[in-house]
Write a protein that binds this ligand. Sequence first.
Ligand SMILES: Cc1cc2nc3c(=O)[nH]c(=O)nc-3n(C[C@H](O)[C@H](O)[C@H](O)COP(=O)(O)O)c2cc1C
Length: 192
Amino acid sequence: MSRILVVYASHYGQTRNIAEHIVERLRRQSHDVTLANADGAAKAPPPQAFDAVILGSRVEFGQHAPTILSYIREHRRALSAIPTGFYSVSMSAAASTRRDPNGYLVKTFGQLRWAPNESVAFGGGLPYTRYGWILRFVMKQLSRRDGHTTDTSRDHVFTDFAAVSTFADRIAALLGTRRGRTEPVRSTVVAH
Ligand SMILES: Cc1cc2nc3c(=O)[nH]c(=O)nc-3n(C[C@H](O)[C@H](O)[C@H](O)COP(=O)(O)O)c2cc1C
Protein backbone atom coordinates (compact mmCIF):
# COMPACT_ATOMS: atom_id res chain seq x y z
CA MET A 1 0.00 0.00 0.00
CA SER A 2 1.35 3.43 -0.95
CA ARG A 3 0.33 6.93 0.09
CA ILE A 4 -0.77 8.98 -2.87
CA LEU A 5 -1.77 12.65 -2.95
CA VAL A 6 -4.15 13.98 -5.60
CA VAL A 7 -4.27 17.81 -5.79
CA TYR A 8 -6.72 19.44 -8.18
CA ALA A 9 -7.95 22.89 -9.22
CA SER A 10 -11.45 23.09 -10.68
CA HIS A 11 -14.00 25.86 -11.17
CA TYR A 12 -16.94 23.97 -12.67
CA GLY A 13 -16.29 20.49 -11.31
CA GLN A 14 -14.91 18.40 -14.16
CA THR A 15 -11.30 18.44 -12.96
CA ARG A 16 -12.64 17.47 -9.52
CA ASN A 17 -14.76 14.65 -11.01
CA ILE A 18 -11.63 13.30 -12.71
CA ALA A 19 -9.67 13.59 -9.43
CA GLU A 20 -12.41 11.63 -7.65
CA HIS A 21 -12.32 8.94 -10.34
CA ILE A 22 -8.54 8.63 -9.90
CA VAL A 23 -8.92 8.46 -6.11
CA GLU A 24 -11.52 5.70 -6.38
CA ARG A 25 -9.41 3.76 -8.88
CA LEU A 26 -6.31 3.90 -6.67
CA ARG A 27 -8.23 3.11 -3.47
CA ARG A 28 -9.58 -0.02 -5.17
CA GLN A 29 -5.93 -1.00 -5.59
CA SER A 30 -5.62 -0.61 -1.78
CA HIS A 31 -3.63 2.60 -1.85
CA ASP A 32 -4.02 5.23 0.84
CA VAL A 33 -5.16 8.24 -1.19
CA THR A 34 -5.58 11.84 -0.03
CA LEU A 35 -7.59 14.31 -2.13
CA ALA A 36 -6.82 18.02 -1.82
CA ASN A 37 -8.37 21.09 -3.43
CA ALA A 38 -5.63 23.54 -4.42
CA ASP A 39 -8.22 26.35 -4.33
CA GLY A 40 -9.64 25.31 -0.96
CA ALA A 41 -9.40 27.12 2.35
CA ALA A 42 -6.96 24.53 3.72
CA LYS A 43 -3.50 24.38 2.17
CA ALA A 44 -2.81 21.22 0.17
CA PRO A 45 -0.39 18.99 2.12
CA PRO A 46 3.25 18.99 1.02
CA PRO A 47 4.50 16.01 -1.06
CA GLN A 48 7.00 14.81 1.56
CA ALA A 49 4.52 12.50 3.33
CA PHE A 50 3.53 10.75 0.08
CA ASP A 51 4.96 8.13 -2.27
CA ALA A 52 3.46 9.76 -5.38
CA VAL A 53 1.60 12.96 -6.27
CA ILE A 54 -0.95 13.56 -9.02
CA LEU A 55 -1.80 17.14 -9.98
CA GLY A 56 -4.87 18.06 -11.99
CA SER A 57 -5.76 21.45 -13.42
CA ARG A 58 -8.52 23.08 -15.42
CA VAL A 59 -7.51 25.22 -18.40
CA GLU A 60 -8.99 28.70 -18.63
CA PHE A 61 -7.91 31.28 -21.20
CA GLY A 62 -5.03 29.05 -22.19
CA GLN A 63 -3.66 28.76 -18.67
CA HIS A 64 -3.53 26.09 -16.01
CA ALA A 65 -4.72 27.13 -12.54
CA PRO A 66 -2.35 29.51 -10.71
CA THR A 67 -2.80 27.56 -7.46
CA ILE A 68 -1.54 24.33 -9.07
CA LEU A 69 1.41 26.16 -10.63
CA SER A 70 2.22 27.71 -7.22
CA TYR A 71 2.06 24.30 -5.55
CA ILE A 72 4.55 22.93 -8.08
CA ARG A 73 6.87 25.94 -7.70
CA GLU A 74 6.77 25.68 -3.91
CA HIS A 75 7.43 21.93 -3.89
CA ARG A 76 9.46 21.45 -7.07
CA ARG A 77 12.36 19.73 -5.34
CA ALA A 78 10.19 17.26 -3.38
CA LEU A 79 8.08 16.58 -6.47
CA SER A 80 11.19 15.74 -8.46
CA ALA A 81 12.10 12.95 -6.05
CA ILE A 82 8.92 10.88 -6.31
CA PRO A 83 6.67 9.64 -9.13
CA THR A 84 4.34 12.37 -10.33
CA GLY A 85 1.51 12.77 -12.80
CA PHE A 86 -0.14 15.88 -14.22
CA TYR A 87 -3.48 16.02 -15.99
CA SER A 88 -4.88 18.96 -17.85
CA VAL A 89 -8.62 19.43 -18.46
CA SER A 90 -9.78 21.54 -21.38
CA MET A 91 -12.18 21.74 -24.28
CA SER A 92 -9.27 21.64 -26.71
CA ALA A 93 -8.58 18.10 -25.54
CA ALA A 94 -12.23 17.20 -26.18
CA ALA A 95 -11.94 18.16 -29.82
CA SER A 96 -8.53 16.82 -30.65
CA THR A 97 -6.85 13.48 -30.88
CA ARG A 98 -3.52 15.27 -30.43
CA ARG A 99 -1.72 14.37 -27.25
CA ASP A 100 -1.13 17.93 -26.12
CA PRO A 101 -3.72 20.09 -27.87
CA ASN A 102 -2.64 23.72 -28.12
CA GLY A 103 0.61 22.76 -26.39
CA TYR A 104 -0.76 23.65 -22.92
CA LEU A 105 1.27 20.92 -21.21
CA VAL A 106 4.59 21.65 -22.91
CA LYS A 107 4.15 25.39 -22.31
CA THR A 108 3.36 24.89 -18.62
CA PHE A 109 6.26 22.50 -17.99
CA GLY A 110 8.61 24.88 -19.82
CA GLN A 111 7.50 27.79 -17.62
CA LEU A 112 7.88 25.72 -14.47
CA ARG A 113 11.19 24.12 -15.49
CA TRP A 114 9.64 20.92 -14.12
CA ALA A 115 7.92 17.95 -15.71
CA PRO A 116 6.04 14.99 -14.25
CA ASN A 117 6.65 11.36 -15.12
CA GLU A 118 3.29 11.14 -16.83
CA SER A 119 1.10 13.86 -18.26
CA VAL A 120 -2.16 13.79 -20.14
CA ALA A 121 -4.82 16.13 -21.51
CA PHE A 122 -8.44 15.13 -20.89
CA GLY A 123 -11.54 16.59 -22.47
CA GLY A 124 -13.51 18.64 -19.96
CA GLY A 125 -17.08 19.84 -19.82
CA LEU A 126 -19.41 22.56 -20.98
CA PRO A 127 -21.79 23.05 -18.04
CA TYR A 128 -23.87 25.64 -19.90
CA THR A 129 -26.71 25.62 -17.37
CA ARG A 130 -24.33 26.61 -14.59
CA TYR A 131 -22.68 29.51 -16.41
CA GLY A 132 -24.00 33.02 -15.85
CA TRP A 133 -25.63 34.45 -18.96
CA ILE A 134 -22.57 36.38 -20.15
CA LEU A 135 -20.24 33.40 -19.81
CA ARG A 136 -22.87 31.15 -21.43
CA PHE A 137 -22.99 33.53 -24.40
CA VAL A 138 -19.17 33.72 -24.64
CA MET A 139 -18.71 29.93 -24.32
CA LYS A 140 -21.39 29.34 -26.95
CA GLN A 141 -19.57 31.65 -29.40
CA LEU A 142 -16.23 29.97 -28.67
CA SER A 143 -17.86 26.55 -29.03
CA ARG A 144 -19.35 27.50 -32.39
CA ARG A 145 -15.93 28.71 -33.54
CA ASP A 146 -14.22 25.53 -32.32
CA GLY A 147 -16.85 23.04 -33.48
CA HIS A 148 -18.24 22.06 -30.05
CA THR A 149 -21.90 21.76 -29.20
CA THR A 150 -23.87 25.00 -28.91
CA ASP A 151 -26.86 23.35 -27.21
CA THR A 152 -27.03 25.51 -24.09
CA SER A 153 -30.17 23.82 -22.79
CA ARG A 154 -28.09 21.22 -20.94
CA ASP A 155 -24.59 20.42 -19.62
CA HIS A 156 -22.08 18.39 -21.64
CA VAL A 157 -19.16 16.19 -20.57
CA PHE A 158 -16.36 15.09 -22.90
CA THR A 159 -14.06 13.19 -20.54
CA ASP A 160 -12.91 9.72 -21.54
CA PHE A 161 -12.99 8.04 -18.12
CA ALA A 162 -11.35 4.87 -19.46
CA ALA A 163 -8.33 7.06 -20.31
CA VAL A 164 -8.49 8.50 -16.77
CA SER A 165 -8.28 4.96 -15.36
CA THR A 166 -5.31 4.20 -17.63
CA PHE A 167 -3.57 7.33 -16.38
CA ALA A 168 -4.15 6.34 -12.73
CA ASP A 169 -2.80 2.86 -13.43
CA ARG A 170 0.32 4.30 -15.04
CA ILE A 171 1.05 6.33 -11.92
CA ALA A 172 0.43 3.28 -9.74
CA ALA A 173 2.90 1.34 -11.88
CA LEU A 174 5.60 3.90 -11.04
CA LEU A 175 5.23 3.41 -7.28
CA GLY A 176 8.32 2.12 -5.64
CA THR A 177 10.55 3.81 -8.20
CA ARG A 178 12.35 6.90 -7.00
CA ARG A 179 13.38 9.66 -9.32
CA GLY A 180 16.98 10.49 -8.60
CA ARG A 181 17.70 14.18 -8.90
CA THR A 182 20.37 13.55 -11.52
CA GLU A 183 18.04 11.42 -13.60
CA PRO A 184 16.83 13.27 -16.69
CA VAL A 185 13.19 14.28 -16.44
CA ARG A 186 11.07 12.18 -18.73
CA SER A 187 7.57 13.21 -19.53
CA THR A 188 5.36 10.87 -21.43
CA VAL A 189 1.85 11.60 -22.50
CA VAL A 190 -0.87 8.99 -22.22
CA ALA A 191 -2.79 8.64 -25.44
CA HIS A 192 -6.56 9.00 -25.20
C1 LIG B 1 -13.84 30.98 -18.45
C2 LIG B 1 -13.42 29.74 -19.21
C3 LIG B 1 -12.30 29.79 -20.03
C4 LIG B 1 -11.91 28.63 -20.73
N1 LIG B 1 -10.79 28.70 -21.51
C5 LIG B 1 -10.41 27.58 -22.21
C6 LIG B 1 -9.27 27.61 -23.04
O1 LIG B 1 -8.55 28.61 -23.15
N2 LIG B 1 -8.96 26.49 -23.72
C7 LIG B 1 -9.70 25.35 -23.62
O2 LIG B 1 -9.36 24.37 -24.28
N3 LIG B 1 -10.78 25.27 -22.81
C8 LIG B 1 -11.14 26.35 -22.10
N4 LIG B 1 -12.26 26.30 -21.28
C9 LIG B 1 -12.96 25.02 -21.09
C10 LIG B 1 -12.56 24.38 -19.78
O3 LIG B 1 -11.19 24.00 -19.79
C11 LIG B 1 -13.44 23.17 -19.49
O4 LIG B 1 -14.77 23.62 -19.36
C12 LIG B 1 -13.02 22.40 -18.26
O5 LIG B 1 -13.92 21.30 -18.11
C13 LIG B 1 -13.03 23.28 -17.01
O6 LIG B 1 -12.65 22.52 -15.89
P1 LIG B 1 -13.45 22.60 -14.51
O7 LIG B 1 -14.87 22.06 -14.81
O8 LIG B 1 -12.72 21.70 -13.61
O9 LIG B 1 -13.46 24.03 -14.07
C14 LIG B 1 -12.66 27.42 -20.59
C15 LIG B 1 -13.79 27.40 -19.75
C16 LIG B 1 -14.16 28.54 -19.07
C17 LIG B 1 -15.38 28.49 -18.17
